[in-house]
Design a protein around this ligand. Structure first.
Ligand SMILES: [Zn+2]
Length: 81
C-alpha cells in the first residue's frame, strides 16, 4: 500500500495520508484515522492494518509461548506418572 505526503482531507494537515476505506474519495492521515468515530463500523481502517501487522508479527514471542506449553506439558506428564 502506498503512502502519500499530501494534505489530510479531515484535519487539513500535511501528513502521510492513505485512502480512507469508508470514504474512498477522501485521504486520511494516521491521527484522524485512529481517532475516527466511525472505526467501529469501518471494515478495514486503513491505518489500523499496518499498525496491527507491526505489533503482532513478533516471532520471538510466539516461540516463547510454545516453550511455555512444552514445559507445562512435561510437568503434567511427571505428575501423572
Ligand atoms: Zn488528519
Amino acid at each position: 500500500m502506498t503512502i502519500y505526503w499530501e494534505r489530510c482531507d479531515f484535519c487539513g494537515r500535511y501528513e502521510p495520508v492513505k485512502q480512507c476505506t469508508l470514504y474512498p474519495d477522501l485521504m486520511v492521515c494516521i491521527h484522524c484515522c485512529l481517532s475516527c468515530p466511525k472505526r467501529k463500523i469501518c471494515p478495514k481502517p486503513v491505518w489500523f492494518i499496518e499498525f496491527k501487522i507491526k505489533t503482532i508479527t513478533k516471532p520471538g514471542k510466539i516461540a516463547k509461548e510454545a516453550d511455555k506449553t512444552k514445559v507445562f506439558q512435561e510437568l503434567l506428564s511427571k505428575l501423572g506418572s
